[in-house]
Design a protein around this ligand. Structure first.
Ligand code: AMP
Length: 415
């Protein structure tokens, strides 16, 4: 039995999963660059106060899910539970915000939440995200939705974008008052936690994943009944842009998002069959920059869960391109410089250094579904050749130990 185990809710990612993560990351970076977002890296811990101030003191994330710690000088820090607060902090601290057309940033990395672990919900997970700071135009909202939707589309992850508007702060205040009154009159099937949230944070109840709660709030007042003409007009225009760019979306009057700082447009990418767990989501947060000490400028952004996207991506288990089988000590030593030269040319070769018996070595190579096998035993050493076997069609030929000839036997053309 191993003596130590990983912390509950964390994952050891195997090479197949890290390969999928890498694929997601590189596609994300490519789209981010194409759309003019600057990719940045910021610390994975920040002052606890930053999250309390931005994510919200009454949110689950801040009240229950932060990994808090004190450093050697008793300063209060937290492992980042989400990306937006740190990014806005960094943008302000480093004077990154100065564009007339707004400034755009993207990030990718690990995040931490002390949640009850379950499939798709971990205590350390990866998020990718983007923030568009300083632009209020409707097209910025459409651009963020396009960004998330395109990423999922190109990764061939089926999804549906849900959108809603949380209106202006006054519209939201009117709505919250009405919602609280309704909830107080319709408490019957609510959970204990829901009941405490009626006063503290009633929007959280609309965000609930608990079936009984979902059922019992079905007829609760909806925010769109409180939209003024400007909000209605803005939302209508946004849907018309999304129609024109063929985004697969649906208006969801119950979508509120769990964090305190959102206003106006909110959106979420979910799985197709109405799966409850989202791939990601975001929205406008027009007062956060000012709340954190910057000018009063609007912003919009999104974050998506890499672990969840990765689990939706099916990847065929590709074997190594080529396996090298030296049979025994002398052959290994003799062939190593040639293999190193092939590596230098960027030819992917996985060396099986511990083989002595050809039959067993070929069996092992076969089970890892390599395309080619290079065999180098006593016979080859004497003739100064290497045997190249095509594992797809079984063809086998001896070629000289020259790098260019081995490469061409592997179907590669060295320039
Ligand atoms: P949020 O910041 O809560 O809006 O989350 C954005 C996305 O990050 C979610 O839609 C999930 O895909 C992912 N996510 C959030 N929390 C977790 C978690 N504990 N484990 C795995 N993925 C998560």
């Amino acid at each position: 039995m191993p003596q130590y185990k990983k912390p509950k809710g964390t994952r050891d990612l195997d090479s197949k999963t890290t390969e999928i993560f890498e694929e997601i990351r590189s596609l994300f970076l490519a789209i981010s660059k194409d759309l003019g977002y600057e990719h940045v890296e910021i610390p994975i811990f920040e002052s606890t106060k930053l999250f309390e101030r931005s994510t919200g003191e009454t949110t689950d994330i801040v009240t229950k899910q932060m990994y808090k710690f004190q450093d050697g000088k008793n300063r209060e820090f937290s492992l980042r539970p989400e990306g937006t607060p740190g990014l806005i902090r960094a943008a302000l601290e480093n004077n990154w915000i100065n564009g007339h057309n707004g400034n755009k940033f993207s990030y990718f990395g690990p995040f931490f939440r002390y949640e009850r672990p379950q499939k798709g919900r971990y205590r350390q997970f990866f998020q990718l995200g983007a923030e568009f700071i300083g632009s209020d135009s409707l097209e910025s909202d459409a651009e963020c939705i396009y960004f998330l939707s395109t990423l999922l589309k190109e990764l061939k992850v089926k999804n549906l974008i849900k959108i809603n508007s949380l209106g202006t702060s006054q519209e939201r205040l009117d709505y919250l008052k009405n919602l609280k009154e309704w909830l107080n009159k319709n408490k019957k099937n609510l959970s204990k936690e829901d009941l405490t949230n009626i006063d503290k944070n009633p929007l959280r109840i609309l965000d609930s994943k608990r079936e009984l709660t979902i059922k019992s709030i079905k007829n609760a007042p909806k925010i769109h009944d409180f939209w003024g003409s400007e909000t209605s007009e803005r939302f209508k225009k946004l849907t018309s842009i999304l129609d024109k760019i063929n985004i697969n979306y649906e208006v969801d009057p119950c979508l509120v998002r769990g964090l305190d700082y959102y206003n106006s447009t909110v959106f979420e990418a979910t799985g197709h069959e109405g799966a409850q767990d989202a791939y990601g989501g975001g929205g406008k947060y027009d007062s956060l920059v000012a709340d954190l000490g910057g000018n009063s400028i609007p912003a919009i952004g999104f974050a998506a869960g890499v672990d969840r996207i990765a689990s939706a991506i099916e990847m065929t288990d590709l074997g190594p391109f080529c396996i090298f089988l030296p049979l025994g000590n002398e052959c290994r030593e003799f062939a190593f410089p040639t293999i190193a030269k092939l590596w230098d040319k960027g030819i992917p070769i996985k060396a099986h250094w511990n083989e002595t018996n050809l039959k067993k070595a070929l069996k092992r190579a076969n089970s890892s579904s390599a395309e080619y096998v290079l065999i180098f035993g006593e016979k080859e050493k004497e003739k100064n050749v290497i045997t190249c076997k095509n594992m797809k069609n079984g063809d086998q030929k001896e070629v000289s130990m020259k790098v260019s000839e081995i490469a061409s036997a592997l179907g590669l053309n060295l320039k």
